[in-house]
Design a protein around this ligand. Structure first.
Ligand code: FPP
Length: 228
């Protein structure tokens, strides 16, 4: 149900961290954690759309994640491919427009084609704009923009500069940005949660939205809540 009374972030960005630990705690392979993470991601996307979040950007794979063991990288890329192949119809039906940001040239062809198909299928979505960052590096985007004179959010796939992030949330207990939307987070409210990504729930998200609504965002100005 749309929470019309709450002041929601226009642009929510999420660092989905903790899949590996979630699996390790259960004595399972890390790839099982990523599978659970994909399930959680689908629920979060659906909940954000229902709640009325206009833009959601999710960090799925950083350009530094190529350093992980080849088996884990391969499992992730395979998971992304099957996710985009299977999610196009559901996202389109829910009115969610999907865009993948980041560098595509290093991604395997089946993943690139799954991304292209899902983007095409969902292009008319007007309920929520969903961006998934894959092989993404904010420093690289900024460097490229400096070199070319374009805006810093430009990625190699030609996507325009992203709108400013209002709320940046990270699960998994770490308190860092990990090269994600550094430019766009200039005035983002930051929220770090100890919950591991696969354990995220709609109730936790609703608490995050309520927390955001209580923040006094001043953008360098004085508070609008107090008089001079
Ligand atoms: C970070 O947790 C997570 C990732 C590098 C992968 C994120 C992927 C998903 C949430 C799967 C779904 C994504 C798509 C696009 C279908 P980690 O592995 O670093 O966890 P750890 O810090 O506990 O080791």
């Amino acid at each position: 149900m749309k929470q019309s009374t709450l002041h929601l972030p226009d642009h929510l960005a999420v660092i989905m961290d903790g899949n590996g630990r979630w699996a390790e705690q259960r004595g399972q392979r890390r790839s099982i954690g990523h599978l659970a993470g994909a399930r959680a991601m689908r629920e979060v996307v659906a909940h954000c759309a229902r709640a009325g979040i206009p833009q959601l950007t999710l960090y799925a794979f950083s350009s530094d994640n190529w350093r992980r063991p080849p088996a884990e990288v391969s499992a992730l890329l395979t998971l992304f491919t099957s996710h985009f192949r299977s999610q196009g119809v559901a996202l389109a039906r829910a009115g969610i427009k999907l865009t993948v940001i980041g560098r595509r040239s290093r991604l395997p062809m089946p993943l690139r084609s799954a991304i292209r198909d899902a983007e095409a299928r969902t292009a008319q979505g007007r309920v929520m704009q969903l961006r998934v960052a894959i092989d993404y590096s904010s420093r690289e985007a900024i460097r490229r923009a400096e070199g070319s004179g374009t805006s810093p959010g430009d990625t190699s796939d030609g996507s325009p500069m992203l709108p400013p992030v209002d709320l940046l949330m990270r699960t998994g207990g770490e308190r860092r940005l990990s090269d994600f939307l550094l430019w766009e987070c200039a005035y983002a409210e930051l929220l770090f949660l100890d919950v591991l990504w696969p354990d995220i729930t709609p109730a936790i998200l609703d608490d995050a939205f309520a927390d955001f609504a209580r923040r006094d965002r001043r953008f360098g100005n004085v508070s609008q809540r107090v008089s001079a």
